[in-house]
Design a protein around this ligand. Structure first.
Ligand code: ATP
Ligand code: MG
Length: 559
């Protein structure tokens, strides 16, 4: 991690860690990040990654990467690989401690045998519907399964035969034997194992037809790895008694403490993997790494930096309060990071031709322009000036709409960034009355000098026609028109997709230096925003990472 980065602010979990170290409960801290490989990581996962790996880093402890792979039907290796890539890109390393819950299938099985031997688990034959009926409700206690008091020997025999593949899917499950009257439904004899024939697990292949449930697998995996603090999101709060029950009832010498914190919710996007999968599979976006997606891969392709994402995770903090964070918080993080580091370039997104009539024909001048206005160390670059240039259509109007207008108007003057002051003398229109060209003059005395006897306030960007390079620019906006597409009723949320979330500009003109741009270097296109070269597109294509200002806050963008 870079030395300049601000350290993570404290939070209630770090306070618990402090206490556990001070009291001697632990001498070293060990956390883990446990993704299920059933989709790509998103910015919500980043919150958990920064928390888990960040604590390990700051307390000189360890953090494992562990795949929670107990549900092979929805998981695959593409996700296993993408997740590792994204965690690394965010700046974290598990130092070889990469684990899979499936690594523990044999041990998990043996612990289940132990539970059976202690009379704490039984094989149940109730089908799914009846098991649900027996479970009771929040107000009413459940009823004991008729299979609950089977002799231990029979349970052991049946469980072994479940493993051997003697029974079809759904015919039997292994259940914990706890308390059907518990006010906590998670303790009403929860299922520990289910039968799944015919699925090929991405790690264990066809070795198993018996799969452990997540709630049973998780505490044991944590304990086997010597995790001290098992950090998870709030929806697991009601599962904590079962987490503790499992570890209290098997012979294992480690009992991690589960601590819950609230999930990150972001406005104008969705975060559930089911919904993100739907966006991809139904073709609403280009893929998991579509720059409009809240995925780490999408944010990376859009030009976000790991430092900005870590900064965001620090700013939103860790609490138990449910909340929804405004997109502008994330955007401000990347703006600040890029403002400090991104070299400046000129790019004209909607070109309008401009001919400087008193500039000598055929003359090309190399001007020196600073790469960064606040960082001299970034040096200078050459930008060529010629008789024909392009400016943005938005920077010209025939008659100024108001007194604040500082850009070019007929008869008015403006400075070309890093170059001369020009005056618009005449406008050329086509048969439809559309402006196709501006005829201008320039003041040769104004290079690096103020004009004599008058003030020119406006500065606009431009690109030389002779040396400029054609490029495509993709402008992104919110993916949804609604701040909480997750929360609207009904399962189909896709009608809330913003039809203007992607605008493609195909005949932009960028300064020559951008022809060699790589996806690793973000740029500020002067007066337009921050951009980065798309890593997948074949030609010269730039993605807009973020605008210069929060356009949703309706701030007038100044020249
Ligand atoms: P989903 O419900 O979308 O499938 P998940 O929580 O099941 O997400 P996992 O792969 O199991 O996804 O998540 C791995 C870890 O990341 C878990 O510890 C989980 O609590 C955490 N996590 C997932 N989403 C968020 C979020 N929005 N904010 C904070 N942490 C999250
Ligand atoms: Mg999960």
């Amino acid at each position: 991690m870079s030395g300049e980065e601000k350290s993570a602010p404290s939070n209630f979990i770090r306070q618990i860690v402090d206490q556990d170290l001070a009291s001697g409960k632990h001498s070293a801290i060990h956390t883990r990040f446990p993704p299920e490989p059933n989709g790509y990581l998103h910015i919500g996962h980043a919150k958990s990654i920064v928390l888990n790996f960040g604590i390990a880093e700051d307390y000189r402890g360890l953090c494992n990467l562990r795949f929670d792979d107990t549900n092979p039907q929805k998981e695959n290796v593409e996700y296993v690989e993408a997740i590792q890539k994204d965690v690394r890109w965010l700046g974290y390393d598990w130092d070889g401690r990469l684990f899979f819950a499936s690594d523990y299938f044999e041990q998990l099985y043996q612990f289940a045998v132990e539970l059976i031997e202690k009379g704490k688990a039984f094989v149940c034959e109730l089908d799914y519907e009846r098991m649900r009926d027996y479970r009771g409700t929040l107000k009413e206690p459940g009823k004991n399964s008729p299979y609950r008091d089977r002799p231990i020997a029979e349970n052991l025999d049946l469980f072994q035969r479940m493993r051997a593949g003697e029974f079809p899917d759904g015919a039997r499950v292994l259940r914990a034997r706890i308390d059907m009257a518990s006010p906590n439904i998670n303790l009403r004899d929860p299922v520990l194992y289910r039968i799944r024939h015919g699925v090929v697990h991405h790690q264990t292949g066809a070795a198993w037809c018996l799969y452990p449930m997540y709630d049973y697998t998780h505490p044991i995996s944590d304990a086997l790895e010597g995790i001290t603090h098992s950090l998870c999101t709030l929806e697991f709060e009601d599962h904590r008694p079962f987490y503790d029950w499992v570890l209290d009832n098997i012979s294992i010498g480690c009992h991690p403490r589960q601590i819950e914190f609230s999930r990150l919710n972001l406005e104008y996007t969705v975060m559930s993997k089911r919904k993100l999968t739907q966006l991809v599979s139904e073709g609403h976006v280009e893929g998991w790494d579509d720059p409009r997606m809240p995925t780490i891969a999408g944010l990376r392709r859009r030009g976000f930096t790991p430092a900005a994402i870590r900064d965001f995770c620090h700013r939103i903090g860790i609490t138990k309060a449910e909340n929804r964070v405004e997109m502008s918080v994330l955007e401000n993080c990347i703006r600040e990071d890029l403002d400090a580091q991104a070299p400046r370039r000129m790019a004209v997104l909607r070109p309008l031709k401009l001919v400087i009539e008193n500039y000598p024909e055929g003359r090309i001048e190399a001007l020196e322009v600073a790469n960064h206005p606040k960082d001299e160390a970034q040096g200078m670059r050459k930008v060529t000036m010629g008789r024909e240039i392009y400016i943005d259509r938005a920077d010209f109007t025939e008659v100024a709409p108001n007194k604040q207008w500082k850009r070019l108007v007929t008869g008015g003057e403006v400075r070309l960034r890093g170059s001369y002051v020009i005056r618009c003398e005449a406008v050329v229109k086509d048969a439809q009355g559309e402006i196709i060209e501006l005829r201008c003059s320039y003041d040769p005395a104004t290079l690096n000098a103020n004009p004599e006897g008058r003030k020119v306030k406006g500065v606009i960007h431009w690109v030389c026609a002779a040396t400029g390079v054609r490029a495509e620019v993709r402008l992104y906006d919110r993916l949804f028109t609604h701040p909480t597409p997750d929360a609207v009723s009904g399962s189909d949320f896709t009608y809330l997709i913003n039809p203007a979330s992607l605008e493609v500009l195909t005949d932009c003109l960028v300064e020559a230096a951008l022809a060699e741009a790589t996806p690793e270097t973000p740029f500020q296109f002067e007066r337009e925003g921050y951009f980065t070269r798309d890593p997948k597109a074949l030609g010269l294509v730039f993605n807009r990472t973020v605008t210069l200002r929060d356009s949703w806050a309706k701030l007038e963008q100044q020249p």
